[in-house]
Design a protein around this ligand. Structure first.
Ligand SMILES: [Ca+2]
Ligand SMILES: [Ca+2]
Ligand SMILES: [Ca+2]
Ligand SMILES: [Zn+2]
Length: 614
């Protein structure tokens, strides 16, 4: 594919740098393989190109943006290729900036008269094909993340007629014939959707997704821009070499786009000018900065109006469903590209979860271990608990290596909008392994199933530490080696789908445990109030009935409510009570076994109390 010869006296450095990215894109090889399996594809391509050529007059009006729902399938083997949601968001950012020629970016700064806003934008899906909530990212363990090809796609794919599928992988199989090549990505053309829907989409190396974390700066995140260029119907400008060089042939030869001059072979680096074909009429230099050539990502800055017309005709012919309003609605999007407002979660705060075996089924709690399978990531274990028979545990001691390991667990979505000042609390047990242990526990909050999230708090080792430094596995010996941490969530009190994610970033520390999660009105006040009012509820666990006692400080209304694990009120009473010691008998006979939250409101404040029904 690469024909131009570097001058013999050019430095080895340049030759090596060139060898490193000789085949950034495998789309042509992928297509050739598909044709070899199905030779009829070639005539279908010709027919499709004829159709696309003749459809280019019916273009969108400027200002009409097409939005495309996207899903990222992250195929990983517990390595750094299991990239974060934030890095995926960054990949989408670059993609949208390039497709929209956004001001302040490479594309926005292009002064080339041919450069256009493609008017496509991409959105992580909010619902999957079955209508289930999603962060738009689907993680799957498989060794097929190495040397990935189409076999990787079959592990996980959403309806290609409705979503752009992007597979994030560690490495891509190199079938270029050049062992020095590193393949960065490849895509499939729209005209193949009808015949090859189960391989449609983009395969991308994890280090090509965005610019943060493991995203490499050398291609500036634009490998995805290039591959999605193929996905909307564009060829390389060097397709066929110096053909399509006249006004009579430009629409049907080469890249079949007339305002891209023919290019003999792919461009590399960022040459200030290049003119690889001199047979074009009029004779023009190569568009070295075109996103569909192979210049460095930091160099690329434009799609042309001719490319936009071809993409539009291709998309209209083959992918119209993906940006239809019905499809956008199914993916949780409005036609203007904004996200549909979510209905409030059925789980409502006050909410409590104890990680115990009788609570786990249907609880909606998930682990998202990115870099450690098994025990060294988060799992519910009975080894040590603050209460009940389970707690979340990470045997972090086993992660004894330099930092960067990230492992997480997530609450279900909870409607916290009924609380006046929501407060998160949980119990933690943690010890260092060595004095230099420097683990971090980060608390993230999301109101949209984790698609976007905000960092609420980073806990240092000092803030987490409850046990003494030990080089053997830390197991808290009893309640004294646990402590309660609380976080004010008032800033998020409108959240109707509040999801809390605990992310442990390991750095040579010891094991860590979390138990007794709750989101309720501030429970610090509650605990003091319990003491001052002599509050008690017994027996707890309750069998058929229990008694609540407290000292009423004045003649007043007392409001009493019991919530189940989903935050649904199962008992409510508002009662005028006289000053003095009071007892209220609660009949729990008909309650399902499980965890309940008792909430008592007096003029002094709110008491939250966890109740167990046997
Ligand atoms: Ca051309
Ligand atoms: Ca030329
Ligand atoms: Ca527990
Ligand atoms: Zn390509």
């Amino acid at each position: 594919m690469k024909k131009f010869i570097l001058g013999t006296l050019l430095s080895l450095f340049i030759i090596q740098a060139d060898a490193q990215k000789k085949a950034p894109c495998l789309t042509d090889e992928h297509y050739a393989e598909m044709v070899s399996k199905n030779p009829e594809l070639k005539s279908f391509e010709d027919l499709s190109n004829y159709q696309i050529r003749n459809a280019q007059n019916n273009l969108r009006k400027a200002g009409v943006v097409r939005y495309i729902p996207v899903v990222f399938h992250v195929i990983h083997k517990w390595g750094f290729e299991n990239i974060s949601q934030q890095q995926i968001q960054d990949a989408i950012r670059v993609l949208n900036e390039d497709f929209r020629k956004k001001a302040g970016t490479n594309g926005g700064s292009s002064t080339d008269a041919k450069a256009v806003d493609m008017e496509y934008e991409f959105r992580l899906a909010q619902y999957d094909p079955n209508g289930n909530p999603t962060s738009g990212v689907n993680r799957l363990y498989s060794p097929a993340t190495d040397n990935a090809r189409d076999n990787t796609k079959s592990l996980s794919i959403w309806d290609a007629k409705k979503y752009l599928n992007v597979w994030i992988v560690n490495t891509i199989q190199n079938t270029t014939g050049d062992p020095n090549s590193i393949v960065l990505g490849y895509a499939q053309f729209p005209f193949m959707l009808n015949t090859s829907a189960n391989t449609d989409g983009v395969v991308l190396r994890s280090d090509q997704a965005g610019l943060i974390e493991i995203g490499k700066p050398d291609q500036a995140g634009r490998t995805l821009t290039h591959e999605v260029g193929h996905w909307v119907g564009l060829y390389h400008p060097f397709q066929g070499g110096c053909v399509g060089n006249t006004s009579a042939s430009c629409a049907s030869q080469g890249d079949q786009v007339c305002d891209t001059p023919p290019v003999e072979s792919s461009t590399s680096g960022c040459p200030s000018s290049r003119n690889s074909c001199t047979n074009d009429i009029p004779e023009l230099p190569d568009l070295v900065k075109n996103y569909m050539d192979y210049a460095d990502g930091t160099c690329m800055n434009m799609y042309t109006s001719g490319q936009k017309a071809r993409a539009d005709a291709s998309m209209t012919a083959f992918r119209a469903l993906s940006y239809s309003s019905s499809n956008l609605a199914a993916a949780g999007l409005n036609t203007d590209g904004t996200y549909k407002t979510l209905t409030a979660s059925t789980k409502k705060a006050p909410y409590t979860f104890g990680f115990n075996s009788n609570e786990v089924n249907g609880s909606g709690w998930t682990t998202e271990n990115y870099t450690s399978p098994g025990d060294s990531g988060w799992n519910i274990a009975a080894t040590a608990t603050f209460s009940g028979n389970g707690a979340m545990r990470a045997r972090n001691l086993l992660n004894n290596r330099l930092g960067g390991l990230r492992n997480a667990f997530c609450s279900p979505s909870i409607d916290i909008s009924g609380l006046s000042s929501p407060s998160l609390s949980f119990y933690i047990a943690y010890a260092k392994r060595i004095s230099a242990s420097n683990d971090r526990l980060r608390i993230y909050i999301s109101d949209n199933f984790g698609r976007t999230e905000e960092l609420v708090k980073t806990y240092s080792t000092a803030e987490m530490e409850t046990g003494t430094l030990s080089t053997s596995e830390f197991v808290p010996s009893g309640p004294s080696q646990w402590k309660r941490l609380t976080l004010d969530l008032s800033a998020y009190k409108t959240y109707k789908n509040c999801r809390i994610r605990f992310e442990l970033s390991s750095l040579r520390g010891n094991n860590i445990y979390v138990d007794e999660f709750s989101i309720a009105e501030p429970t610090g006040i509650s605990d003091e109030l319990k003491n001052s009012l002599g509050f008690n509820f017994y027996p707890n666990p309750s069998n058929d009935k229990s008694t609540l006692i407290f000292r009423n400080t004045q003649n007043q209304d007392i409001q009493l409510e019991f919530f189940d694990i989903d935050g649904k009120i199962i008992f409510s009473e508002n009662k005028f009570m006289n000053i003095g010691n009071q007892e209220i008998e609660i009949n729990t006979q008909n309650w399902a076994p499980g965890i309940y939250l008792l909430q008592m409101k007096t003029s002094e404040g709110i008491i939250n109390h966890r109740v167990i029904k046997n």
